[in-house]
Design a protein around this ligand. Structure first.
Ligand code: PGA
Length: 249
């Protein structure tokens, strides 16, 4: 199984900063057996994609609009992303769900759009701290998954990568325990088997992942990959994470 490592830069790095980051990263990592991606901001996407062409690194986007074109000031379409060189896209990140008020329905439409445009979607799901305290984790994930994947054929749904990112673990320095992640990923696979008849989807974990805790997470849970924010902003830390994950048997 090819392990996946994706860096989400959020609203960080100009084109110049992207250039020096990638220069250092390619100096540190010449090749890898992992599937590694970085999602820079839109302005740096094309530059990063050109820089990564022919290398081991995939470049993707952090968001997309559900329509192909139109009067949507400030938005970006899937076609603009693919032409700029994006091969994957993060859909439904909790910062967009909560801060930009993206609904499950809208996330579903974005997922459909990314698939029809040939972008590999990374669908983020996860509960808030309050929802966890209220023992509503499964109810929340069920709602997020069933709405996002509705109308997709089992073939389409099986190609979606799902990132379990508990909101309370993102940027907090307190990752979910491997026990919690194992429980949720086990539940997800069972639920997806019931929902679409497939349980072989790629499942990632995100939320305060470091090169230290990644080892335990990969060994003690059934995740296929990690989605990292903070750690991906420093090329040394990101390179170290890639090397550590690569060594996990
Ligand atoms: P973090 O972010 O690694 O900084 O917690 C993860 C994410 O937002 O995807």
């Amino acid at each position: 199984m090819q392990k996946i490592v994706i860096g989400n830069w959020k609203m960080h790095k100009t084109v110049t900063e992207t250039e020096s980051y990638l220069h250092q990263l390619f100096h540190q990592i010449h090749q890898t057996s992992l599937w590694v991606g970085i999602a820079p901001p839109f302005t740096a996407l094309e530059h990063a994609a050109n820089r990564a062409k022919g290398s081991w690194l995939h470049i993707g986007a952090q968001n997309l609009h559900d329509e192909l074109q139109g009067s949507f000031t400030g938005e970006i379409s899937s076609r603009m992303l693919t032409e700029a060189g994006a091969s994957f896209v993060i859909v439904g990140h909790s910062e967009r769900r909560h801060r930009m008020h993206e609904s499950d329905e809208l996330i579903h439409k974005k997922l459909v759009r990314s698939l029809s445009e040939g972008l590999q979607p990374v669908l983020c799901i996860g509960e808030t701290a309050l929802e966890r305290q209220a023992h509503r984790v499964e109810e929340v994930l069920e709602r997020q998954l069933s709405t996002a994947l509705k109308t997709l054929t089992p073939e389409q749904a099986s190609t979606v990568w799902i990132a379990y990112e508990p909101v309370w673990a993102i940027g907090s320095g307190a990752a979910a325990s491997s026990c919690d992640v194992a429980k949720v990923t086990h539940w997800c696979r069972n639920y997806l088997r019931k929902l679409i008849g497939v349980d072989s989807l790629k499942l990632l974990y995100g939320g305060s992942v470091t090169s230290n805790n990644s080892e335990v997470l990969f060994k003690e849970t059934h995740i296929d990959g990690v989605l990292v924010g903070g750690i991906s902003l420093d090329s040394n830390h990101f390179a170290e994470l890639i090397q550590r994950v690569e060594r996990i048997k």
